[in-house]
Each structure stands twice: as C-alpha cells, then as structure tokens.
Design a protein around this ligand. Structure first.
Ligand code: HSE
Length: 318
C-alpha cells in the first residue's frame, strides 16, 4: 500500500446538485440541495494516473476521455498538484439531469475530489480542494470560471462568491426550514449559449436594483426575514433574456405567485426553475402547479424534486 494512502482502497461518494444565481446574484450566489446529486466510486490502482472506467445515467452524452470529463479533469489536477504516486479508476454514476442548470458538472467534479481526499493519509482542507473542482468546471463552462456551483456543492449551505478571481467565498447562514422545489422541464440549455446571450453592459438603474437585491438577500437570510428574502429574489439582468429560452416561464411564475413561495427564478442557466417555501407540503403543492402549468402552456413534461438545503456538502456512502 502506498504510504500516501490511509488504508482505504475503494470509496463511494455523493455530491449534491446546486441552485446558483438565486435571482439577483448572477455568478455570486449558490446553495446546495439534499437531492438530487451524483455518485462517484473511486478505486486505488498501482498504475499512476486517472482512468474513467464507467459512466451511467448520462444516456451516452458525457465525454469518456479523461481530459474532457469534469470529474477526471478535477482529479488529474489534484493528483498532479499533490504529487500522488498511485493511480485511481473512476465510476461516475449520474443521478441528476445534465444541462439542467443544477450544477451537474460541478457535482461530478466535487464527488471525485472529495473521494480522493477521503483516502489520503494527509487530506487537504476543503478550501484547498476548491481550485481542483474549478479546473473541472472550466472544461464545461469555457474561459470564465464561476464558482457558484462547485463552492456550494463542496461546502454545502448558501455560499456567497465575493470574488471569482481570486476566489473568495463566504458561507451565509440559511434558515433550516427552507424547502426548495425544483422543476426540471425536459429541454436542455447549454450554459455557454445561455451566457453568450447576456448583455455586455447593464443600465445604471438596473444595476442599482440588482445590488440592492443582492445585499437584501444576504441580510434577509442572516436576519431570517422571509419577506425580505422574497422581495430580494428578483433578477434584472439574466432573467429577462434567459426566461425566453424556457417555454411557459411567465405562466409558471404567475402561477407560483398564488402560493406561499418566498423566492422563484431560474436555477443557474436553466432550464430548471426553483421556488423556496417553508414547509414540505407547500413545496409539494408548488411543484405540482409548476409541472401542471408547464404542460398546459408549453406541452412539455418535467420532473419535480423537493429538497431541503444541504448544509454539509458531499458525503461518503461507503
Ligand atoms: N452562474 C452561472 C450562469 C451558472 O448563470 O451562467 C451556470 O450553471
């Protein structure tokens, strides 16, 4: 056994889906969900390097080349940086939809590096893991790397990314009684495309509203002021453009207003939509109406996820 290892030769890890942006906080806010998420099985091998031996749940859509998959890119970066003298083989089990705005690529990268860290005799800190996950994210999102999926997937809870470069992240306390409803319409939106259609500039009046709301959302969470949270989850930047990519968006938003939701918007770059509420029952009712209105207005089916907020990040399954 290599003396860099702690004796564990195989491990199975879950890492969560995430909701990023949360209305006003484009590229700077994200929170983690209890479910869904991805699973990675990592096995130690004598041959150095990373091998991707199996992917399930991706309908054949994910690249199998180690240099193109977010999980294996993150792992390769970590193994090189830490000068690890052994090899690993990886099984990636996708348990969440791809291209859905739920941070699928981030969950895979985080599950991989968390698994590797968990078998090291001298594991690195969670903060030190973040740059490796970001290298994985770079593969899927292009030049500008945003930490608003990987950071909450890794740390859990609600994360403020004060700066993406250099990365400066802050955990914001989130009330325990938050439930999140996710509607995943059965369409795909490519994140790079959803970023390319955003305006290059923002009007001063819209910017003032946006930064008022970002500050309002942080204050609302910290003060447990649910009405302030609700008032602050609005978006004057991405939503006006991206909502046009999601059939039935305006009708679903209107329908959710009838319920006791205190936040509604596009999850990340979409097409998934999120709504926040304080009880599981409300979350279920909101999910049912979202799905119904999606079908009535756009003839598109969708999946509903009801989840608490994940406060711990990844977990070891075995
Ligand atoms: N903040 C990113 C975006 C998240 O909205 O483009 C992508 O999942």
């Amino acid at each position: 056994m290599n003396d860099q290892l702690n004796g564990i030769s195989e491990i199975r890890v879950f890492a969560p889906a995430t909701v990023s942006n949360i209305g006003c906080g484009f590229d700077i806010f994200g929170f983690a969900l209890d479910e869904p998420g991805d699973e990675v099985i990592l096995r130690v091998t004598n041959r150095k390097g990373v091998r991707l031996v199996k992917i399930t749940g991706d309908k054949g859509k994910l690249p199998t080349a180690v240099s193109k998959n977010t999980c294996t890119v993150a792992l390769t970066t970590m193994m090189e940086k830490l000068n690890l003298e052994f090899g690993v083989e990886i099984e990636l089990h996708k348990k969440m939809p791809l291209g859905s705005g739920l941070g699928s690529s981030a969950a895979s990268a985080v599950a991989g590096i968390y698994a590797l860290n968990s078998i090291l005799k001298k594991p690195v800190t969670t903060h030190e893991l973040l740059p490796f996950a970001l290298e994985g994210e770079r593969i899927s999102s292009g030049k500008i790397v945003h930490a608003d999926n990987v950071a909450p997937a890794l740390f859990g809870g609600f994360i403020l990314i004060r700066s993406n470069d250099p990365v400066d992240i802050i955990s914001i306390p989130i009330p325990k009684d938050f439930y999140c409803t996710i509607l995943h319409p059965h369409i795909e939106i490519n994140t790079a495309y959803a970023r390319s259609i955003l305006p290059d500039t923002i009007k001063t009046q819209n910017a003032i509203k946006q930064w008022g709301n970002t500050a309002g959302l942080v204050a609302g969470l910290m003060k447990r002021d649910y009405d302030l949270v609700r008032r602050s989850i609005t978006d004057n930047f991405a939503e006006p453009v991206r909502s046009k990519l999601i059939p039935g968006y305006d009708q679903i938003k209107e329908a959710v207003k009838m319920y006791d939701a205190f936040g509604f918007g596009i999850s990340g770059s979409g097409p998934s939509l999120f709504a926040l509420s304080r009880t599981k029952l409300d979350a279920l009712k909101i999910g049912n109406i979202m799905k119904k209105v999606l079908f009535q207005s756009a003839k598109i089916e969708g999946d509903i996820y009801i989840s608490g907020i994940n406060l711990y990040g990844p977990k070891i399954l075995g």
